[in-house]
Design a protein around this ligand. Structure first.
Ligand code: SAH
Length: 215
């Protein structure tokens, strides 16, 4: 692909995100800078700039770019923030967050996906991401509290340990619902007096599973 073709592809990609309702300039800049092609392999790499989920191994998928952008926008990340992502998958969402946050911790129950995500972060020179193999339904107590938490697998309810690891004033974005029905993206704000819940949009994610995967 020539430089001109690549520039054209990125322009179309950003245009598609805007047409899906993404407006935050910082989020759009991050989506423009991070090459989604670095997070998909083999025959799927040439479809990296389509607004569609794609297989990444271990039976998992990289999320649709417009969903990544809208979730990132909802998270209202600032440059001072320490962010936790549950469900590293390909690492693409973590890479987008790395452009907006001070530090990103990301956890995944499939070890091979963590290895591939780390290689992609190194290839793109992203040095403020810590990727770890762990069951994220319990969060990451050693690094808590977090300013922002994003869950990229669907829970039946916002997980209690994650709510507990959110700093007062913090925001969590999490898909909530049964795995085979419609789920809703929920934005939770932790207030001094309790939690404020806002329902954003219907989404479809794989379920948040307990325990490490065996691969
Ligand atoms: N954010 C990813 C896409 C995530 S797909 C990306 O940008 O590519 C959801 C991921 O959540 C899957 O890889 C799945 O293995 C992982 N997952 C599910 N339950 C989990 C848990 N309890 N802890 C950590 N990861 C989990």
């Amino acid at each position: 692909m020539t430089d001109a073709e690549r520039a054209e592809q990125i322009m179309r990609f950003i245009y598609a995100l805007r047409s899906k309702g993404v407006t935050d300039p910082a989020v759009l800049r991050a989506m423009e800078r991070i090459d989604r092609g670095a997070f998909v392999r083999g025959i799927f790499a040439e479809r990296a700039y389509e607004d569609t989920p794609l297989p990444i191994g271990c039976g998992q998928t990289i999320s649709q770019p417009s969903v990544v952008a809208l979730m990132t926008e909802a998270l209202e990340v600032t440059p001072r923030d320490k962010v936790l992502e549950v469900g590293t998958g390909s690492g693409y969402q973590a890479a987008i967050l790395s452009q907006l946050a001070r530090r990103v911790y990301t956890v995944e129950r499939h070890r091979p996906l963590i290895a591939a995500a780390r290689a992609a972060f190194d290839a793109l020179d992203l040095h403020n991401i810590t990727a770890m193999a762990a069951d994220g339904s319990f969060g990451l107590p050693d690094q808590a509290p977090f300013d922002r938490i994003i869950v990229t697998a669907a829970a039946e309810d916002p997980p209690g340990p994650l709510l507990a690891q959110l700093r007062p004033g913090g925001i969590m974005v999490v898909p909530v619902g049964q795995s085979d029905t419609v789920q809703h993206l929920i934005k939770v704000r932790k207030l001094d007096t309790g939690y404020d819940y806002e329902e954003l949009r219907p989404v479809r994610f794989v379920p948040l599973l307990e325990g490490m995967a065996t691969d």
